[in-house]
Design a protein around this ligand. Structure first.
Ligand SMILES: NC(=O)c1ccc[n+]([C@@H]2O[C@H](COP(=O)([O-])OP(=O)(O)OC[C@H]3O[C@@H](n4cnc5c(N)ncnc54)[C@H](OP(=O)(O)O)[C@@H]3O)[C@@H](O)[C@H]2O)c1
Length: 309
């Protein structure tokens, strides 16, 4: 009898899902900046390990076609996040696919390195458009078109540059701080319908962001690179991650936490004199994860081992 009732329940679920034009169980995630770096690594993990349907957004069509060839569960939307019609195109593409989203990862960002005295209006506009305006307008557009499931998780990929202020990286810091304020406002205004978190991937090598710093000729950035190298070699607990490692952590935050853990992560903590608070996730020091009191502590332990702590 119990088995029979279970079967009926499953059938009801299937019917409801079909009515809403969805396939059962399969979850859908939209990742901006999925054509490269951390976003690309995240798209692959979420598609291969979690079997979610993944939509990536970027401008580089060739790169995205290659990713789609590798992973059957990934599709792409070519759009420019710095432009209003780019956001419109993404919202329309999601609506046309009739794919309600369970997750949105606001990962795309530009890092325009420049001292304040040299910043151009174009650099300012691009940084603010991609890093701040796009996450805001994307959430707004997807809300208006009713493309979010109830309790959709919005993950903002932040950066320690939000509070770690360095010469030459000011514009990036300003945009990441604005993005975090946006996170806090969204948390209040969308409290009934969305779950919102911010994540800090630490220092990640091999991405365009990292390469931009390596290639910079700005003397202050060259000096900063030297300082960072010294700091990292004298602080062995802080590691430079590959995009895959950063993405593994982000995928865990996104897919493996309870709703309560996700919106109020206890794993974040103050780090040196920085201002990470309980609403933010941090990966820079694995020691904390090893002592994690949460039910998923073992998974974090495995992750810490994997990362080489
Ligand atoms: N790498 C690090 O060390 C590091 C550290 C801390 C935080 N983060 C954060 O992690 C996130 C990912 O960084 P990453 O290093 O992986 O970046 P990345 O390798 O530079 O990739 C950036 C992604 O954003 C997309 N993008 C940029 N401008 C766009 C636009 N106008 N329209 C559409 N897409 C655009 C790019 O796609 P197209 O080129 O195809 O347009 C690309 O997929 C960012 O939020 C960054 O701030 C990175």
């Amino acid at each position: 009898m119990e088995c029979f009732l279970k079967k009926i329940k499953e059938m009801e679920l299937i019917d409801n899902s079909i009515e809403r034009g969805q396939r059962i169980v399969e979850k859908a995630v939209l990742i901006t900046g999925g054509s490269a770096g951390i976003g690309k690594a995240l798209a692959k993990i979420v598609s291969e390990k979690y079997k979610y349907k993944v939509l990536i957004v970027g401008r580089n069509e060739e790169q995205m076609k290659d990713i789609v060839k590798e992973c059957s569960n990934i599709d792409f939307i070519k759009a420019d996040l710095s432009k209003a019609d780019g956001i419109k195109k993404i919202v329309e593409a999601v609506s046309q696919r009739n794919t309600k989203l369970n997750y949105l990862v606001n990962n795309a960002a530009v890092q325009n390195l420049s001292l304040l005295k040299d910043i151009t209006e174009e650099q300012f506009d691009e940084s603010m458009n991609v890093n701040v305006k796009a996450p805001l307008m994307l959430v707004k557009g997807l809300m208006e078109t009713n493309m979010f499931e109830k309790n959709t998780r919005i993950l903002m990929v932040s950066s320690s540059s939000r509070y770690n202020i360095q010469k030459g990286m000011g514009l990036y810091s300003v945009s990441k701080e604005a993005m975090f304020t946006l996170h806090k406002v969204m948390k209040k205004e969308y409290a009934e319908s969305l779950l919102i978190s911010s994540v800090y991937p630490g220092t990640v090598y091999g991405t365009k962001t990292a390469k931009g710093m390596e290639a910079s000729k700005i003397p202050e950035i060259i000096e900063l690179r030297k300082d960072m190298k010294e700091f990292l070699s004298s602080n062995k607990s802080i590691r430079i991650l590959s995009p895959d490692q950063a993405a593994l952590f982000i995928s865990w935050v996104l897919c493996n936490t309870s709703d309560e853990e996700y919106i109020k992560p206890k794993l974040a903590r103050n780090f040196n004199d920085t201002v990470i608070n309980e609403e933010e996730w941090d990966i820079r020091d694995c020691e904390f994860y090893i002592n994690c009191p949460y039910k998923d502590g073992t998974k974090l332990k495995q992750l810490a081992n994997f990362l080489g702590k």
